[in-house]
Ligand binder design. Sequence first.
Ligand code: FNR
Length: 378
Amino acid sequence: NEIYLQGLGGAVPPFTTDPDALEQSARDRLGPGPFWYVAGGAGSSATVRANREAFDRVRIVPRMLTNATERHLGVTVLGTELPAPVMLAPVGVQSILHPDGELATARAAAELGVPMVLSTASSHTIEEVAEASGDGPRWYQLYWPNDPDVCASLLDRARKAGYTALVVTLDTWTLAWRPHDLDQAYLPFLRGVGTAIPFSDPVFRAGLQKSPEEDLPMAILRWVQLFTGTDKSWDQLAFLREHWDGPIVLKGIQHADDARKAVEYGMDGVVVSNHGGRQVDGAVGSLDALPSIVEAVGEQVDVLFDSGIRTGADIVKALALGAKAVMVGRPFAYGLAHGGQVGVKHVLRSLLADFDLTLGLSGHRSPADLGPDALRFS
Ligand code: FNR
């Protein structure tokens, strides 16, 4: 309605939210380095494509005369009441895309009451982002450090700064073969933009003789040392439980047996995700992995979903297949690139409006109305 009314006055929205056009215009704006940091996938990008193809194989079957003119989008996930079953996925080093980085994202998310999941690899500290987020809901994503003291310290800081749930990403114990980033020797990633540098968090400063600004290579080595390559086990989840008194979900789950294990080891949920196709090339489309995981653990814990969500219809499909809520990655990152806080807000509001309309026009009044019978598979 707002867009329509403004259109009567001759005004058009600040930028497109058509998914493909949004990606293209972000490409024009950002230049190849930062653009490919966001858009790129692992290897041949087969998994990025598989994520979209999985959505294309599922079709919504609209129902008529169901009194869906008034809708209620709210859901409760991990004890947090959300205005809609949507949240912002953790996306690292957002200063590559806009100088305000995660601060802009946090402000936009808070304006709409949509949770932001802050990445361990944030360009701004846990506390700075919490301040920008204000009363907004916020969760913390953990890349599980090899040093238990650093791990305990990150969790302690996140809890004190008001992050309510912990998202533990398991699929990125080392970075995949990402040709686009490798071709550029990760330079856009390392440099960030403007004055904000990635890795400003104090955790990267510990043990450094100089500041990360002065000695970026050492800061990067510190990252590698802290976050890559050391085996962890299911038993070690007890450490996280000991140091985090809120809900914990495991992100990167694609197999029903891993979801069962998450429950067995006392986790509160899983995020069915393949990291937006950025880790295992040739992996199953994330939506294809969802039904068996919902069947395995959906009655016991919250099953969240990401990887490939671009439209309201995608959200309808994921929820109909049993996801409690979805996370969105690249689209909001492109919004950030287009205009900081305003850009993220525009993308998010558009996605929520699209979801609301698609939900209603397909005959459903709330997320709870959705089930597999709303879909047909080709
Ligand atoms: C990510 N993702 C990610 N995940 C995570 O747990 N920690 C992180 O720091 C990052 N960083 C990151 C950077 C960029 C540029 C992208 C695109 C993605 C993965 C993210 O949380 C999510 O799983 C995917 O983005 C979902 O797929 P779509 O929505 O991008 O298709």
